[in-house]
Design a protein around this ligand. Structure first.
Ligand code: HPA
Length: 234
């Protein structure tokens, strides 16, 4: 047990998928894992462990935003021995070439700040994905016929953004999409020498104002779960 995770030692797999929403963790575990069991529900942050094609997997919510994700990623790695962490979530598109429902595999994640700022101080550390996971995720996504983009994303601190100029600069510099967790996941993973990746579905678009209809969200989310599982065990 840790401060935020009630799982017993051995209850968490070395491979952890992390959606932001704990109910998405429940849905993904019940849909894709064999014999999923609830291993955490502290503060309603649900985590489930089961198997996928014979491999042990945990699907655990991260909550929204980098401070929340940072707590769970640190405890999963330091206290439970997680070695591969894959964020599965949604993002806002930031390029005209990126469409609603497309998948973005985040090679790097820019940010204004992350909870790791206190360590890096003046250093602009470049949080980046694990190459083997990234390569395998792209292969899996393309095999599914999902339109896939690979490149930089932006991990924002605020959803209700009062600084449109920052988004403009991100778009100008080729950033594909905006979400709120990946940069810190990549930082924490790098610090502990484990593998991390973010696989994202474009759920809304900052340039066009389009949004994914709610009936399409489950299918897109399911595709991401499969892409993440296939890349973890490629
Ligand atoms: N901004 C931040 N996070 C997001 C967005 C967004 O537009 N869409 C999905 N996650």
């Amino acid at each position: 047990m840790t401060i935020h995770i009630g799982a017993k030692p051995g209850d968490i797999a070395q491979t952890v998928l992390m959606p932001g929403d704990p109910y998405r963790a429940k849905w993904a575990a019940e849909t894709f894992l064999t014999a999923p069991r609830l291993v955490n529900e502290v503060r309603g942050m649900l985590g489930f462990t089961g198997t996928w094609r014979g491999n042990e997997v945990t699907i655990h919510g991260s909550g929204m935003g980098m401070p929340s994700l940072s707590i769970y990623a640190n405890e999963l790695i330091r206290d439970y021995g997680a070695k591969t962490l894959i964020r599965i979530g949604s993002c806002g598109g930031m390029q005209n070439s990126v469409g609603i429902r497309d998948v973005i595999v985040a090679m790097t994640a820019s940010s204004v700040s992350t909870p790791s700022r206190g360590i890096f101080r003046e250093l602009n550390f470049a949080p980046c994905a694990d190459w083997s996971l990234l390569r395998a995720a792209v292969t899996a996504a393309e095999a599914k016929g999902v339109t896939t983009h690979v490149g930089g994303i932006y991990s924002a601190d605020v959803f209700y953004d009062e600084r449109p100029d920052l988004n403009e600069q991100m778009t100008r510099h080729g950033i594909l999409g905006v979400e709120m967790e990946a940069a810190e996941l990549y930082n924490v993973a790098a610090r502990h020498g484990v593998r991390a990746l973010a696989v994202l579905t474009v759920s809304d678009h900052l340039l066009t104002g389009e949004a994914l209809p709610s009936e399409d969200r489950e299918k897109s989310f399911g595709d991401m779960v499969e892409i993440a599982l296939e890349s973890a065990f490629a």
